[in-house]
Ligand binder design. Structure first.
Ligand code: GUN
Length: 288
């Protein structure tokens, strides 16, 4: 039976530290502040943004909760970002993705000042990350590396296989895992990989970030591997009041029996993403 990686408990410890740092700043008259912008009402995005705002309040930080209609123009959003860039009371700016199709995510991300880019999505942040220079690290990949370290899962010399090449998880995670202090050998599988199970079966660390419920089955996993499930999929379930149940990208019940470690969904990677975001915000506020 796998060791269950309790992301909620590990995230709570990170958030305790963030709360103390926030307290120190507040005593000096600085209240860390994150502006969270949500355009439209995508139900998953509404839920993520609400979670981030709750975490800000719990840490004693200030949250600017900016909810805009789906019809907001790109120019309006860019003007708002320019105003937040210029506002010295705002330390971080987060635009929840995805954006409605008439708005260019690239132009919006490019508009956020790298000093306030607590998501780590700006090309300057991505460049700094790849080069190993100081800058904000993207929250989900950074949270995954944190979990591996906290659980003392051996990464040096390990073969890490990532499923998915998104800008938010797969690509930056590959970059973090090959850093010298992590020292994994990384394979990235994507929709162009003919048979990804050839790679997953060799993985000491398997990270699934594709958004397909139950895609990874027990036969694809090497016994004893660490399995990190980034998927948060809403699967219809009429027995639930919400009408859905959250499922990861891996077949948890079967893989839990053979893996060495496994993250649950929910309660694994998700809480770490928020904790790392809070850490980035307090760091932004600490930076003169
Ligand atoms: N959409 C899915 N994950 C994220 C995230 O980490 N940050 C933002 N801004 N949008 C997202």
């Amino acid at each position: 039976m796998a060791i269950i990686i309790d992301g909620k408990a590990i995230a709570a410890k990170v958030r305790d530290d963030v709360r103390l740092r926030t307290q120190k700043l507040t005593e000096r008259g600085i209240r860390p502040c994150l502006a969270v912008i949500l355009v439209g009402e995508n139900p998953a995005s509404v839920s993520y943004v609400t979670g981030k705002e709750k975490a800000l309040a719990e840490a004693g930080m200030d949250g600017r909760d900016i909810r805009l209609p789906a019809a907001t123009s790109e120019a309006e959003l860019l003007a708002l970002i320019a105003a937040l860039n210029a506002d010295s009371a705002v330390h971080g700016i987060l635009v929840q993705l995805p954006l409605p199709p008439h708005i260019s995510e690239d132009r919006v991300i490019n508009a956020i000042s790298p000093e306030k880019d607590v998501d780590g999505f700006h090309p300057v942040s991505v460049g700094n990350m790849v080069l190993g220079r100081p800058g904000f690290l993207p929250c989900t990949p950074n949270g995954i590396v944190y979990l591996l370290k906290e659980m003392q899962i051996k990464t040096a010399g390990a073969h890490a296989v990532i499923l998915g090449r998104s800008n938010i998880v797969g690509k930056p995670l590959a970059s973090l895992l090959i850093r010298r202090d992590v020292n994994a050998t990384v394979t990235v599988c994507h929709t162009g990989t003919p048979d990804f199970s050839l790679y997953t079966k060799q993985a000491d660390i398997l990270i699934a970030a594709v958004g397909k419920p139950g895609l990874v089955t027990a036969g694809m996993v090497k016994p004893g591997a660490a399995v990190i499930d980034v998927g948060v999929n809403r699967v219809p379930d009429s027995s639930r009041k919400s009408g859905f149940v959250l499922r990861g990208d891996v077949d948890y019940d079967a893989i839990e029996k053979i893996a060495g470690w496994i993250t649950p969904v929910p309660g694994g990677v998700g809480p770490m993403t928020i904790a790392m975001l809070m850490r980035n915000v307090v760091e932004a506020a600490e930076t003169p």
